[in-house]
Design a protein around this ligand. Sequence first.
Ligand code: NAD
Length: 313
Amino acid sequence: MSDWKIIIADRLDHSGLEILAKSAQVDDRAGISSEELVSLIGDYDALIVRGQTRVNAEVFSAANKLKVVGRAGVGVDNIDLAAANQKNVTVVNSPQATTQAVAEHVIALLFSLARSIPAADGSMKSGLWQKKQLIGVEVRDKVLGIIGMGNIGSAVARLAKALGLRVIGFDPYLDNAEIESRGAMPVIPAELYTRADFISIHVPLSLETRGMIDGKVFSSMKREVRLISTARGGIIDETALLAALESGQVAGAALDVFVQEPPGMSALVSHPKVVATPHIGAQTFEAQARAAIDIANEVLAALAGKPLRWKIV
Ligand code: NAD
């Protein structure tokens, strides 16, 4: 066993903890406050988080021994990458571990919207039998527009094709042949918005994508489009979405992510045309175990100076 000390700030599946414990001293402090993390981080060689802990400039400035931050999962918007870079700290994630779980959740949300399953269940639980009101749409032969053809976008494309949807996609960082090989017909954004019956968003949250689905974009969409977002809160302008739901431009929205999490009983969450889930895209036993194992191995590789598979900075 080496002298490495690793602090775990968010809940990590036991399968990852077991791998780490074979090579390092591991302090499982899941749920630690930011203040406590700042006061303790100076002692540690590695920090592992999921999406909750904010690893900000204050944490990095107190992190005098820190060599690596591991994010179990995909999005690194909770980590200040510029501060990490400045402090010469490596940041790694486990980008493939949760892909299947999120893609399957997208399909669950697609059918929830198409057949109003949450509303049907809710009405039954209040003693009603609303058979006549609950007429849905079929997904076969409908057009699914995917924004962002990365890991999750392409996994969704594969599943959707198997259901008979016609899949079109947009991703400015991939060429057309690559988008096609990932299961979507490449289109420009304007075409995606005018043709898609369902739209699913799979871009990272960045300066470029924050607020990209705004009022202007909603008004260019096909009327009665159904929208799914499992990406990150803030990519969709929530006020503009509410207006589009009210006007009937958007027939339904399924949201797993919100600008503020938890969002409470917001106008969007309580809207009858919205299906809301509490950021559970990656919450399967399988995905959590894979994310923990992948990040444990990657963090140990970083500490040992070995080649890395998923280095971000
Ligand atoms: P990825 O990096 O594999 O794919 C993202 C794709 O978006 C890339 O191909 C990139 O080129 C593309 N892209 C970037 N900017 C774009 C733009 N302006 N327009 C169109 N495409 C653009 O990431 P991924 O693993 O597929 O994750 C996608 C999203 O899902 C991320 O926002 C991630 O944080 C989120 N996510 C959510 C959950 C959840 O629990 N709901 C879990 C995992 C990931």
